[in-house]
Design a protein around this ligand. Sequence first.
Ligand code: HEM
Ligand SMILES: *[C@@H]1O[C@H](CO)[C@@H](O)[C@H](O)[C@H]1NC(C)=O
Ligand SMILES: *[C@@H]1O[C@H](CO)[C@@H](O)[C@H](O)[C@H]1NC(C)=O
Ligand SMILES: *[C@@H]1O[C@H](CO)[C@@H](O)[C@H](O)[C@H]1NC(C)=O
Length: 391
Amino acid sequence: MAGSISKFSKKLLPSLFCLIVVGFTPEASDVQSPSCSSNLREILPTPYSDLSGLACSLIWQQTFSLHFYQDDQNVTTLVLAGRHAYRWIGIGFSGDGKMVGSSAIVAWIERDGVSGLRQYYLEGKNMSRVIPDKGDLHFTSASPAVVVHGELLYIAFQLKFRTSLSHQPMLIAIGSGNPLRNGLLPKHVNSTTTHIEFSTGRVARQPMNPSDLRSYHGMAAVIGWGILTPAGLLIARYFRHVEPSWYYFHSSTQFAGFFIGIISISLGRNLYQRTNAAFLGHKFLGYTVFFLAGLEVFQFMGRPSRESIRRQYWNFVHYWVGRTAMVLGVSNVFVGFHGVDADQGLKICFFVAFVTLLIALIFFEGRMRRKNEIPKAIIDQPPVFRVAGQS
Ligand code: HEM
Ligand SMILES: *[C@@H]1O[C@H](CO)[C@@H](O)[C@H](O)[C@H]1NC(C)=O
Ligand SMILES: *[C@@H]1O[C@H](CO)[C@@H](O)[C@H](O)[C@H]1NC(C)=O
Ligand SMILES: *[C@@H]1O[C@H](CO)[C@@H](O)[C@H](O)[C@H]1NC(C)=O
């Protein structure tokens, strides 16, 4: 069975690793023209950053992109992006596709770089009848955002509707003059009517909210780096006499620990992006642990043969990299708990596991020393994360 495990892991692990590496490389974003694949996470705050990868349409001959998401409370989140080449950009909700009788959100950037956003009621096709700060649209508590990024202007806002939107006529207009001091809007230089199928944005998956993300991240970190990895180490050090099952227990525990640990790192990375957390030490430690543990898992690729003189040095390095990764991993769980009001249950769970593992360590280490079974040399020790071939 050891053979089949190692064959399996030799094939699986590299492909898994490739997947992870691909997952970790940031998406390239095109700043020249609006696109539905631009990464809103790098541009806008929540809740707008969560619209990446959800429903999106290119409109008005692809000169604008509209990301949208409608939840089950009839709250619609929108991000309109277009070239930052006009004095104002407006987006209106219309009953019949006509301008008159609609309400629109208009955004602009002043000469000093300050952005503005205002609702207008389009009562008539005369400047005096396009009325600022009036209209049927209701903002939620999420404040709107107007952001210049490269050559594009992003207009993001969230509205609450009485009923759900389905096939909705939308107005887009661009103007060549900033709004006047009294709020009145100079007429557009160009305008269009388009239709957006909002129901396609409603079925989209709701992005995980940061507090769920934080608790899953903590849970995965505690299980992966805080419990499984150290437990696997204890198995390897104190149960080697139980041949050959110690090896299966050890390698599968380490593999599971590493895998769950990676999930925690991936969730943590997401969490940093979503909350703009400035928790640098924790992040740095986390990536260090990931890197060291990754080295351990893939150690079998460059391992010198058993007869080679280099093998002993290699084993020695391997031994210490593994243990360093484990100690840093456990420490980073403590760092993660420190300074945030983490879930109390998770803290207790980790603390109990930590104390249990510590007592087990002291007990087994003492017993081994009393029996004088201390391994002759450190280089005989099994590697912490070894999952393939014993020899
Ligand atoms: C002071 C502001 C505005 C004035 C004076 C104004 C005036 C007009 C006029 C005279 C027309 C008839 C077609 C033309 O001559 O171009 C028109 C059409 C249009 N306007 Fe406006 N407009 C204003 C603001 C807006 C805003 C903020 C929007 C949407 C965001 C908008 C969307 C449209 C659309 C889609 C049309 C074509 C469809 C229709 O005629 O109902 N307008 N506007
Ligand atoms: C439209 O506005 C102009 C001035 O901007 C005014 O002279 C004209 O009477 C207005 N027309 C209507 C129908 O309100
Ligand atoms: C959402 O809109 C639907 C009709 O489209 C309505 O039945 C429902 O009560 C609305 N829900 C909320 C929370 O406003
Ligand atoms: C208005 O937009 C249409 C479509 O994008 C374009 O063909 C037309 O030239 C534009 N007109 C002006 C005056 O900018």
